[in-house]
Design a binder for this molecule. Structure first.
Ligand SMILES: [Zn+2]
Length: 157
């Protein structure tokens, strides 16, 4: 699949970025998706600009990622099965008290990097269960000690 942009002056460019989206939104250009076939290629007009922007991460997609665009209320502790507590990366268990869900680890990792400086490994396995998530993170990027050590039994809501 390839994307082309037809500008108001008739010129054609390809690629997709935030500027493409902005121009299409403003009506300065039209976006098309090209579906290459063996004998002919099909051209589709992109009329769902919101879907387009969300699919390519140009705007934040709360529905797909499960993550609101806000400062997450996060608790964590070292995963119970982690036995190398001084390793570069450790397994952690994470709770999102703000009610968000992690459906896209890359987006969550990016948000946590911006919000708390966490360095979450996105190439390693992660998962969820029992209302929490487990993932690997660079130990030194995490706060000094798990917030659960003090926040346990703390009823915020
Ligand atoms: Zn949240």
């Amino acid at each position: 699949m390839c994307y082309i942009e037809v500008h108001g002056d008739g010129s054609v460019t390809h690629g997709r970025d935030a500027e493409t989206y902005r121009r299409a939104r403003a009506g300065e250009s039209r976006l098309y998706a090209v579906w290459p076939g063996e004998w002919s290629s099909h051209l589709f007009v992109i009329d769902d600009l919101d879907g387009y922007a969300k699919a390519f991460g140009i705007v934040h997609d709360e529905e797909r990622t499960g993550l609101a665009d806000h400062h997450h209320d996060v608790r964590w502790e070292v995963a119970s099965w982690e036995d190398k507590l001084d390793g570069t990366c450790i397994s952690i268990e994470v709770w999102l008290d703000c009610g968000c869900e992690v459906r896209d680890l890359n987006v969550f990792a990016k948000q946590m990097r911006e919000q708390r400086g966490w360095d979450i490994a996105t190439t390693r396995g992660w998962g969820s269960g029992g209302g929490s998530y487990y993932m690997r993170a660079r130990r030194r990027s995490l706060e000094g000690r798990p917030s659960t050590a003090t926040a346990k039994g703390d009823t915020k809501r």
